[in-house]
Write a protein that binds this ligand. Structure first.
Ligand SMILES: Nc1ncnc2c1ncn2[C@@H]1O[C@H](COP(=O)(O)OP(=O)(O)OP(=O)(O)O)[C@@H](O)[C@H]1O
Ligand SMILES: [Mg+2]
Length: 364
């Protein structure tokens, strides 16, 4: 009897393309000859631009450590592993990685080095995100439940005050019923905002830059040209299947906060960037393509005491703010399988909106 086939006819590079680990291949002169898509994400550059670069020019380690270690491995032909290595990457980014270097020889006897990097801060980031999303969902459910409970008697309260107003003989007393009506209306607005959009999402293909331009113009209309809003859009980003109204609302909440912060400092300005990320994980889900929208301002930064909690409802650091904007943005982006992240220090606040290009949860 024939034994079942034990080989699979898969192109080996496809395996590398789908790995979460960063894989780099250097020749004996320590020039890069190959990098997989996970490496393109880490270095935020395409393989086309990176191939041919020297290892020492790709990452900066104190005292040229990376280059020295690689040369030693080439010389001795020995594998080595370095744990929790702090890498300095382009754009002032850093990453903590476990690094394994494996010397390889090709068929012609030439030497090379296979470098595998496992990003450990990324694992921490993913589990933190997961935790954040769960907590956030629980709080939003609670808030929505509360908002419903408040909303139900409001209509009755308002109607009763109107009836009472008609029955009153003394017009001076109408002032009191009017207060009840006005306050009921104010509560109604608040509760509607707490409940979020109450219509089903309407999905259609949309260009993210068209939506961003809508949002930018809305903010320009509010703040005028005195607040510069620069754009750095990647025109290669494909159209996304999404609910345009929700995404406009989500981005507007973030941009309005940025405009308020930048508007309060001298030479305040905002930059909106778009990028495409490959093989990127959001929560537990890995996506082939993710659109990243970066909104940066040079305002005073998020007050430290609320920095960790800004995505929770009712957390505000600004007078007159309801603290709902970011929590709503997060919910709307989550509905699209995406995520909003933020980092902030005085003089630089950066919001990053991640949206998967193909979202299995969104019906085609
Ligand atoms: N770009 C930013 N720079 C500085 N602080 C910010 C920025 N974005 C948000 N914040 C802080 O986070 C808080 C929460 O923002 P969020 O949009 O959720 O609520 P809000 O703006 O206070 O009220 P609402 O949006 O409901 O009117 C803000 O009050 C502000 O203190
Ligand atoms: Mg806001």
């Amino acid at each position: 009897m024939n034994s079942p086939a034990t080989t699979m006819n898969i192109d080996k590079t496809r395996i590398l393309d789908n790995l979460n680990s960063v894989v780099l291949l250097f020749d004996q002169n320590l020039k890069l000859v190959y990098m997989n898509p996970a490496a393109e994400v880490l270095f935020a550059a395409s393989a086309r631009h990176m191939v041919g670069l020297n290892a020492g020019d790709m990452v900066q380690c104190p005292g040229g450590l990376a280059e020295r270690n690689l040369r030693r491995s080439l010389r001795t032909g020995r594998l080595f592993t370095e744990r929790e290595l702090a890498l300095s990457l382009p754009d002032n980014r850093t990453a903590t990685v476990d690094c394994t270097v494996i010397p390889l020889s090709d068929r012609d006897g030439g030497l090379g080095l296979l470098v595998e990097l496992q990003q450990i801060d990324r694992h921490l980031r993913i589990s933190k995100e997961e935790h954040l999303l769960q907590q956030h969902q629980a709080t939003r459910d609670l808030i929505r439940g509360l908002a419903h409970e408040i909303k139900n008697p409001l209509g009755g309260l308002r109607g009763a005050a109107q009836l009472l107003e008609r029955e009153l003989n003394d017009p001076a007393l109408g002032e009191y019923t009017q207060i009840i009506i006005d306050e009921a209306d104010r509560l109604q607005l608040l509760v509607d905002k707490m409940l979020g959009p109450n219509r089903l999402p309407q999905l259609s293909l949309a260009n993210i830059h068209v939506l961003l331009e809508r949002v930018r113009h809305l903010v320009i209309a509010e703040y005028g040209e005195r607040l510069p809003i620069e754009r750095d859009y990647d025109p290669s980003i494909p159209d996304l299947k999404l609910d345009s109204g929700s995404i406009i609302q989500a981005l507007l909440n973030i941009l309005q906060n940025a405009a308020r912060a930048a508007g309060q400092v001298e030479n305040g300005r905002i930059v909106i960037r778009t990028r495409i990320l490959r093989q990127f994980t959001i929560g537990q889900q890995r996506h082939r393509l993710v659109v990243q929208i970066l909104i940066e301002d040079n305002g005073a930064g998020i007050p430290e005491q609320i920095r960790e909690r800004i995505f929770y409802p009712m957390v505000t650091g600004s007078e007159g703010g309801m603290g709902l904007g970011l929590s709503i943005s997060q919910s709307l982006i989550n509905l699209h399988g995406g995520l909003v992240e933020c980092e902030s220090k005085p003089g630089k606040t950066l919001f990053s909106v991640l949206l998967p290009v193909e979202n299995p949860h969104v019906k085609k």
